[in-house]
Design a protein around this ligand. Structure first.
Ligand SMILES: [Zn+2]
Length: 324
């Protein structure tokens, strides 16, 4: 009798759990579709390509995760304007929504959806305000680059945004939520959480990553969709490759024995794609190898719009390993 009661209790609970997780999945897809539709609508009106809106939006969504001076976005769009930027520095009403007085006080906010108000929290008004800036420079690729630089005043912002834009255009989708463990899980490998340990070579540095020990020549996979940002030698990391994903997160792979062909700066990669092979390079001048057992050093770095810092990749590695 007691068992029956427990079963009766568990089944509805399981159903509820299943139901909520399906709903959560649906709503993520819905948000991505809603965002893409918004970008496309704005492209039709402004001639700014939809994937440029998408790139800037995900750049700003990524930097919000790394700082606490910006509130959570209200709608589907993460591009941010402070009240002063929107209404104008000298506007006595920082929450002004009147397009005319905003213009009078030199604010940026415009009306994008034609309802006669410039609402700092309305997605279409935000995108149109952003587009108004870019339109001053033009809509060709080179113009957009200049417009983005003038807007963010940061080389990395332009690079990240154009990288994200390339990924979204190639996929014709905003869905980049796919990951891979960096080495084949059917091969020999081992790793433990070594993030933050002190390390022996090159002075006092902490270990900014996880070491995955594997045989020399084991393929190394890209873990996310991303753009190759760095390829080359460094006396610590040996042959390295760095990949930037659509959350602005930088994925760093070091000590490779060699690269996969065509791993040049600017190339787009996808999760599970072979980018290189495990080795033991580094800790000396170009070509040095064999000073330690072969392993992949894998690091992750977040960017907040100003600086980058390392965070522990171990929990992600555990998750991706389980999913593969
Ligand atoms: Zn390492």
């Amino acid at each position: 009798m007691k068992r029956l009661a427990t079963t009766c209790l568990i089944i509805p609970l399981l159903f509820m759990f299943f139901h909520t997780s399906v709903m959560a999945e649906e709503s993520t897809t819905d948000i991505l579709k809603e965002r893409k539709a918004l970008y496309e609508k704005m492209e039709a009106v402004t001639q700014i390509p939809w994937n440029i809106f998408a790139g800037a939006d995900s750049y700003e969504r990524g930097i919000r995760k790394g700082r606490n001076d910006r509130p959570q976005e209200d709608g589907a769009i993460a591009i941010y304007f402070s009240p002063e930027e929107w209404a104008g520095e000298i506007n006595p009403n920082k929450e002004d929504t009147d397009p005319l007085s905003i213009q009078l006080f030199g604010g940026k906010g415009v009306d994008g959806n034609g309802d006669g108000i410039s609402d700092r929290k309305n997605d279409e008004d935000i995108l149109m305000t952003f587009a108004s800036h870019l339109q001053k420079y033009g809509t060709e690729d080179e113009d957009l680059k200049i417009g983005l630089w003038e807007y963010y005043q940061r080389d990395k912002a332009v690079d990240f945004i154009l990288g994200h834009a390339k990924i979204y255009k190639t996929l014709d989708s905003l869905d980049t939520d796919k990951y891979a463990f960096p080495v084949p899980t059917n091969r020999n490998y081992s790793y433990k959480n070594t993030w933050g340990d002190s390390r022996g070579w090159g002075g006092r540095r902490i270990h900014e990553g996880t070491d995955i020990f594997a045989d020399q020549g084991t393929p190394v996979y890209a873990t996310t969709y991303g753009i190759v940002e760095l390829v080359g030698w460094n006396k610590y990391g040996g042959w390295r490759i760095g990949i930037r994903d659509t959350n602005n997160v930088y994925h760093y792979f070091a000590h490779l024995s060699r690269y996969e062909e065509d791993m040049d700066r600017g190339k787009m990669v996808e999760p599970g794609e072979v980018i290189g092979y495990v080795g033991s390079t580094g800790y000396g001048p170009k070509g040095t190898q064999g000073k330690f057992p072969s392993h992949l050093h894998y690091g992750m770095y977040r960017d907040n719009g100003y600086i980058e810092w390392s965070f522990d990749p171990f929990p992600n590695l555990k998750r991706w390993e389980k999913q593969s």
